[in-house]
Design a protein around this ligand. Structure first.
Ligand code: UD1
Ligand code: CA
Length: 429
């Protein structure tokens, strides 16, 4: 069946205590809603609809580049009412997947599993076993284990409140049935809202199958309601191997992966990066959207900038900056160097004070350095330029043309000594 995705994002999010709408709060450097839209896009839906309300114009402006249709819910009358606002734009033969704009970490694979469990005669709901189910809708099953309804916390009796399988809110429903059920929703409940969850009872009554897919982890389906939950999800994005050591004042932002036995020295800033096994990062390094291979030695005071890929056994020393560069296995740049827009081969030695001169004031150009090259200290490599494999450049050279393989290239004034030269003397007054 063709797929339409509806993302609910009209809620106010009072508990954020912020002027910024809840779904625009940043998580891993991107608005919460941006994560949900990216996941929706990855499912190749035929249409993505975002239901917006409070702070709506700001949300629309921020997401203006996204391929989504907007549906306004002027008053927040409940999740069922919210979905109804998007329905006029959705054809009857579609499958409708409902996502929440404030549940940002749900994985594509989990949603694919949910979609597999629904068709024109079956709906599927994503549930999870909660460590603390308080506040959530509970999944009520009959003696045979079939889902029969979802009851909200405020409407639940004591027995129902003891259930720890909760509704994540995410579900898949055939559009034709959904349209009819939404029109029939009533708001005679504890909160006076039109509950989307009431469609479950309607589906059961009409003989449709209700399948529950249990999410593998709670963090994946957690909604963000306040700054504490936001910080918790941010922390959930950090993945750490065995025997990892992280010293004091290390700040990690976004998706950070640290392989086994990685050691991070004090005062490092790590953002959206991957650091593989047995790599040591010395104090005061910044690693931003870079991939660092295994057994590297980085810093102290090194800066690895976006789109940098370091292979295994690389050494990047103090006051070395790497930007948009690939550094081959076993290569070293140990002191005071800038490698920008460069491709560096294997076992290259980059001498102290080397600069890839990548910018001519208008455009950026690439530098290529072949395997086993030896770049002398203080070399200026004026890009675009190639240093052949096994080539040497003499210290202090300004290399403006390609340096051939296996040879020594010098580009500096020849040294002269002036015979009979006298130091100037101070004038006597
Ligand atoms: C909802 C579910 C509950 C589930 C919980 C999971 C219902 C009736 N209840 O409860 O079973 O356990 O989510 O977090 O569906 N929204 C709108 N317009 C509205 C109301 C909500 O767009 O009028 C959006 C919110 O922005 C949010 C989502 O719908 O993205 C869920 O709303 P929320 O108020 O958090 O739902 P809960 O009452 O917590
Ligand atoms: Ca909620």
């Amino acid at each position: 069946m063709p797929l339409s995705i509806v993302i609910l994002a009209a809620g106010q999010g009072k508990r954020m205590k912020s002027d910024l709408p809840k779904v625009l709060q940043p998580l891993a450097g991107q608005p919460i809603l941006g994560h949900v839209i990216e996941t929706a896009k990855a499912l190749h839906a035929d249409g993505i609809h975002v239901v917006y309300g409070h702070g709506g114009e700001q949300v629309r402006t921020c997401m203006a580049q996204q391929p989504v249709q907007w549906a306004l819910q002027a008053q927040q009358l409940g999740t069922g009412h919210a979905v109804a606002q998007a329905m006029p734009a959705i054809p009857d033969d579609h499958q409708v997947l409902i996502l929440f704009g404030d549940v940002p970490l749900v994985r594509k694979a989990t949603l694919e599993a949910l979609l597999r469990e629904s068709n024109d005669r079956a709906i599927s709901v994503l549930t999870v076993i909660a460590s603390d189910p308080t506040g959530y809708g509970r999944i009520v099953r009959d003696g045979a284990g079939n889902v029969v309804r979802i009851v909200e916390q405020k409407d639940a009796n004591t027995k129902e409140r003891a259930i720890n399988e909760i509704n994540t809110g995410l579900l898949t429903v055939p559009a034709k049935s959904l349209r009819g059920w939404l029109a029939a929703l009533k708001n005679d409940n504890a909160q006076g809202e039109y509950y989307l969850t009431d469609v479950i009872v309607m589906a059961v009554r009409e003989g449709l199958k209700v399948n529950a897919v249990v999410a593998p982890a709670e963090t994946e389906v957690l909604g963000v309601n306040d700054k504490i939950q936001l910080a918790f999800l941010e922390a959930a994005l950090v993945e750490v191997g065995r025997d990892v050591f992280i010293d004091v004042n290390v700040v990690m932002v976004g998706k950070v992966f640290l392989g086994d036995r990685v050691r991070i020295g004090p005062n490092c800033y790590l953002k959206d990066c991957r650091i593989d096994a047995d790599t040591e990062v010395h104090p005061n390094c910044v690693i931003d959207q870079a991939e660092v291979g295994p057994r590297n030695v980085i810093g102290p005071f090194a800066r690895l900038r976006p789109d940098s890929v370091l292979h295994e056994d690389v050494h990047i020393g103090n006051f070395v900056e790497v930007k948009k560069s690939e550094i081959g296995a076993g290569s070293k740049a140990n002191h005071l160097t800038y490698l920008g827009d460069a491709t560096v081969g294997r076992k290259v030695n980059v001498g102290a004070g080397t600069i890839t001169v990548n910018y001519d004031g208008a455009n950026k150009w690439r530098t290529e350095i072949g395997d086993n090259a030896f770049v002398g200290s203080g070399s200026m490599l004026i890009a675009p330029v190639k240093i052949g494999s096994g080539a040497n450049t003499g210290a202090g050279s300004t290399i403006t043309q390609d340096a051939p393989e296996g040879k020594l290239t010098l580009a500096r004034a020849r040294q002269v000594t002036i015979e009979g030269w006298q130091r100037p003397q101070k004038k006597r007054s």
